[in-house]
Design a protein around this ligand. Structure first.
Ligand code: URA
Length: 233
């Protein structure tokens, strides 16, 4: 593969930006400066830019700690989208896997890997998702039982059995575990119990957990280990 393609695919910059980097003699292949954009490299070659190793990756996987006020979409006429939190050169081809409501915060996975996204979002695919919630009124053992039995709304919508672990310190705080991803699911489940969600933060998707060091609005690439985890979800 050409060095400019390798660098652009690794999201170092656009094709014209990476050509510039090569011309400025900032790119090294196996320790030797590479001045030719058409130079061919293989996946075994060591490619460095400014002393940093550039790993070729076919797809990218990011974890975002979504802040409130952003919609989980790639574009929207009126609202800010989660992609607005990423710089232009990373944004290309990226989309959120699944959805968090505009006012929800926490773990959101973004990728350009359509196959993985399709698999994770399939309604047949039941992956546990954990959320921290705060409610208007205290939660009760009756709520725990109702969540566990599965909730049926008056319009016939059915939610499968869900976990509700109420905090010992504050009965208006709980961790909810659901295995589906229906529209406003937790808010509607809580409303069916004549209560209201005031705050909702996604903590994990399957075995992938939100990095506690990641502040709201910040993102980072998944580590190799985390990428391995999402492949087996
Ligand atoms: N359930 C909701 O109601 N909202 C979310 O954002 C996620 C789960």
């Amino acid at each position: 593969m050409r060095i400019d393609k390798y660098l652009a695919a690794s999201r170092v910059g656009s094709r014209s930006e990476v050509k510039d980097l090569v011309r400025k003699e900032l790119v090294y292949v196996n320790g030797k400066v590479c001045k030719d954009c058409s130079f061919h490299v293989s996946l075994e070659d060591e490619v460095c830019l400014n002393g940093q190793n550039i790993r070729y990756t076919e797809h990218v996987y990011y974890m975002l700690n979504k802040p409130a006020g952003y919609v989980s979409a790639t574009e929207d006429e009126r609202e800010k989208t989660v992609l607005d939190l990423f710089p232009e050169k990373i944004r290309k081809g990226l989309f959120p896997v699944g959805r968090l409501d505009k006012d929800s915060v926490g773990l959101l996975l973004l990728t350009d890997d359509g196959e993985l996204a399709h698999r994770l979002m399939s309604p047949k695919h039941h992956v546990d998702k954990r959320y921290l919630i705060c409610t208007k009124d205290p939660l009760t053992e009756d709520d725990v039982r109702a969540f566990s039995e599965g909730i049926v709304l008056s319009d016939g919508t059915r939610f499968r059995s869900a976990g509700l672990e109420i905090s010992e310190d504050d009965p208006s705080t709980a961790v909810v575990t659901i295995s589906e991803g229906k529209f406003h699911q937790i808010k509607r489940m809580v409303e069916s119990r004549r209560n209201k969600v005031r705050y909702l933060k996604r903590l994990s998707v399957g075995t992938l957990m939100l990095d506690p060091k990641l502040k709201e609005g910040m993102y980072r690439e998944l580590t190799d280990e985390e990428t391995g985890l999402i492949m087996t979800i």
